[in-house]
Design a protein around this ligand. Structure first.
Ligand SMILES: Cc1cc2nc3c(=O)[nH]c(=O)nc-3n(C[C@H](O)[C@H](O)[C@H](O)COP(=O)(O)OP(=O)(O)OC[C@H]3O[C@@H](n4cnc5c(N)ncnc54)[C@H](O)[C@@H]3O)c2cc1C
Length: 468
């Protein structure tokens, strides 16, 4: 037996990496792919929800593998009733989850390449051990691995503290993906969605599909809604290079392109190949400036709605059922089976009130890794095996995606992938970006394993706790 690699998290990031490694690594390498949910492939984004929840990237750009660009489209067209799917169509997200699960099942069954094992377990602790790492599992076991890759995904949303009084009451729906969000909801009850991003759009679609009749309020500081994809799409614009890594100058360049007649969709798409390099070239002050002043605008133009979804959202606004507010929540108090929400409209001093029978957090992933709710992240930070990136968006990683420990040194053999590496690359949240990261990391890890010997068996859990 030779090296073993543990991948923690089997959403898109962990799955794409495992599938790439299976092909590239030697046949005597064992890959252990863990997911605490017991689901392998869908992760948070693509678990079977409403069929009306669509991908926000056209099917032709959603292959899990950059070197096989049609893999998802071909798979989709082979599904019953999907034969005629257009390359530019926005497929159901659940279908994408099924695609990833099927690819993983085939990977587990394959007889060639490295051995892939899937394990429905939560990794709670990781410690250095015997030249590799020892993983503690929630079910009580341990695993020794030469290499560990963290593919833990996004943090759950952290709604404003002003809503704390509602938590635990029947009004509180929790975060948009929790089972409680829409449970036992009176169809005539007013609903408040906190956040106006694509998550809010998903919840509105779910409410409409469930026949909800009551008003739906959505609030965020600026009240900006994601824009719609253009149909038919336009090719990305070629932007003048080199682009300056400065928010103000970049904004001026983009505006000038639009003023010169380029569709904004083309301008935004033209910037995408440069975003990771621009982010890396910015210092922490400039990155902070982007987060404060430009991020909200960038997000709504960059993360767009499928055109058919946008039509439904616009229709709900036109009837007055969906009301989008720009402002801040200043207080919330439960009142029987409802809650009174006090909010201050943007740019005004006086407050307004609204009543909601359900409040749902659609605020997007929490922005501070130090307040993670994932026990494994807290364990890594506590042990000093990892540290937050300078903005706390994720974990600090090297150019090779290896974690930096508390002293800034490289935690050799311990890697991260996907949204956890946002602090380093920023634009590393969607499939077209993560699949490139996964393919590169798979190739790199495959070159490391031939020199590796199996690590000694992991020590008992008590000893592991003491190890650093
Ligand atoms: C609702 C939604 C819709 C999206 N739609 C699109 C889209 O249409 N197109 C696109 O390109 N991008 C989309 N994205 C963005 C992108 O695809 C996702 O962010 C990406 O899938 C991230 O995958 P991930 O594997 O890193 O994270 P996740 O999908 O969050 O998966 C992480 C996994 O890790 C597991 N896990 C966490 N901690 C542990 C632990 N300690 N032990 C074991 N398991 C653990 C979790 O159970 C989870 O399954 C969407 C994102 C969201 C949230």
């Amino acid at each position: 037996m030779a090296a073993s690699i543990a991948i923690v998290g089997a959403g898109f990031s962990g799955s794409a990496l495992a599938l790439g490694l299976r092909v590239h690594a030697q046949s005597d390498v064992t890959l252990h792919l863990f997911d605490r949910s017991g689901r392998f492939g869908p992760g948070l984004a693509y678990h079977p929800a409403s069929p009306a929840h669509l991908l926000n990237v056209p099917a032709a750009r959603m292959s899990a593998f950059p070197d096989q660009p049609d893999d998802f489209l071909d798979w989709l067209r082979a599904q019953p009733g999907m034969e005629g799917t257009a390359a530019g169509a926005f497929a159901p997200r659940a279908a994408y989850g099924a695609y990833l699960s099927e690819r993983l099942r085939a990977g587990v069954a394959a007889r060639d390449g490295a051995r892939l094992q899937i394990r429905g377990d939560q990794v709670t602790e990781i410690a250095r051990s015997g030249g590799g790492y020892a993983l503690t599992l929630a079910t009580g076991g341990t695993l020794a691995a030469n290499i560990v890759v963290l593919a833990l995904g996004n943090e759950p949303p952290m709604p404003p503290a002003e809503l704390n009084l509602l938590v635990g009451t029947p009004v509180w729906g929790g975060d948009a993906w929790s089972a409680a969000a829409l449970q036992a909801l009176d169809p005539d009850s007013p609903v408040l969605l906190v956040g106006t991003s694509l998550t809010m759009v998903d919840v509105v679609i779910s409410l409409l599909d469930a026949g909800h009749r009551g008003p739906i309020h959505a609030i965020s500081r600026r009240g900006l809604l994601p824009r719609a994809h253009r149909a038919p799409p336009v090719p990305p614009a070629t932007l003048p290079t080199p682009l300056p890594p400065h928010v103000l100058e970049l904004t001026q360049i983009l505006r000038a392109q639009v003023a010169a007649g380029q569709p904004w969709h083309a301008v935004v798409d033209g910037l995408r190949p440069h975003t990771q390099a621009l982010w890396e070239a910015m210092d922490a002050t400039e990155q902070g400036r982007f987060l404060r002043h430009a991020r909200a605008w960038w997000d709504v133009h960059r993360h767009r709605m499928a055109a058919e979804v946008a039509v439904r959202i616009e229709a709900a606004r036109a009837t007055g059922q969906l009301r989008v507010h720009a402002g801040r929540i200043v207080a919330a108090s439960p009142a029987g089976r409802a809650a009174t929400i006090t909010w201050r409209p943007r740019g005004r001093d006086e407050t307004e009130r609204l009543t909601a029978g359900r409040v749902i957090a659609c605020t997007g992933p929490a922005a501070d890794i130090r307040r993670s709710t994932n026990p494994l992240v807290l364990d890594l930070l506590r042990r000093g095996l990892g540290r937050p990136d300078p903005l706390g968006l994720g974990l600090d990683v090297s150019a090779d995606a290896e974690l930096r420990d508390a002293t800034g040194g490289i935690a050799t053999g311990l890697f991260a992938i996907g949204p956890l590496t946002r602090g380093r690359w920023w634009e590393i949240t969607s499939v077209p970006d993560i699949r490139v990261q996964a393919a590169r990391l798979a190739q790199r890890l495959a070159t490391l394993t031939p020199q590796m010997r199996p690590v000694a068996r992991a020590p008992a859990t008590q000893k592991l706790r003491a190890a650093g």
